[in-house]
Design a protein around this ligand. Structure first.
Ligand SMILES: CC(C)(COP(=O)(O)OP(=O)(O)OC[C@H]1O[C@@H](n2cnc3c(N)ncnc32)[C@H](O)[C@@H]1OP(=O)(O)O)[C@@H](O)C(=O)NCCC(=O)NCCS
Length: 171
């Protein structure tokens, strides 16, 4: 299969924060943001694989900043690495100040999707060719994150997570 670049899967979802989507502090409810990120990541994984894709795991979510009611929120999703049948999708969440229009990074997350056939059996995806420095950095670290996710899910023995172990043993 021909390699694809992260830009080929780039997905942008822009929406505003409505009163029904907020917590008692009038900030975006975490579960609402998770759902928006899952949808954007699913589209990015589909664009990369051109297959049905399912969420296998949410590897990391950082709710660094509260997103106030009325904010314009953009979720940007890109495949950061493709393995055999799974893809890591990196999400950057931006918010736009409603008065100045200034855009700032609010949150980020990392999801894993698996491409499946019509019967739900995992199927191969094209490799990913990162281009920018940030894409190369995310690509390089993705294998460690995959190993950590598999260890936490009980699908890999810690002793087999070679790249992950090397991170902790590095001088
Ligand atoms: C995701 C799913 C297809 C994986 O099935 P499986 O039997 O574990 O399949 P495999 O062991 O062949 O794994 C398939 C790929 O997923 C990866 N994978 C599985 N679980 C993972 C996890 N927790 N974290 C990261 N990767 C994972 C495997 O490493 C493998 O990747 P690779 O082929 O690129 O090396 C299966 O668990 C599933 O259908 N889950 C439900 C998905 C769903 O409904 N999501 C929505 C939730 S509401």
């Amino acid at each position: 299969m021909e390699p694809k670049t992260p830009n080929e899967s780039r997905t942008l979802m822009t929406d505003m924060v409505l009163p029904s989507e907020t917590n008692p502090l009038n900030n975006l409810f975490g579960g609402e943001l998770l759902a928006r990120m899952d949808r954007a990541a699913s589209i990015a994984a589909r664009r990369h694989s051109r297959r049905i894709t399912v969420t296998a795991s949410v590897n990391h979510v950082a709710f660094n900043r509260a997103v106030p009611l009325g904010s314009v929120v953009t979720v940007e999703a890109k495949v950061s690495r493709a393995f055999r049948t799974s893809m890591e999708v990196f999400l950057d969440v931006w918010m736009e100040d409603r008065f100045t229009g200034e855009r700032s990074k609010a949150n980020e997350a990392i999801y894993t999707f698996v491409a499946v056939d019509e019967t739900g059996v995992p199927t191969e995806v094209p490799p990913l060719q990162p281009e920018t420095d940030l894409e190369k950095e995310r690509f390089a670290a993705a294998l460690r994150r995959k190993q950590l996710s598999l260890v936490l899910a009980g699908k890999m023995k810690p002793s087999e997570a070679t790249e992950l172990k090397a991170l902790f043993l590095a001088p």
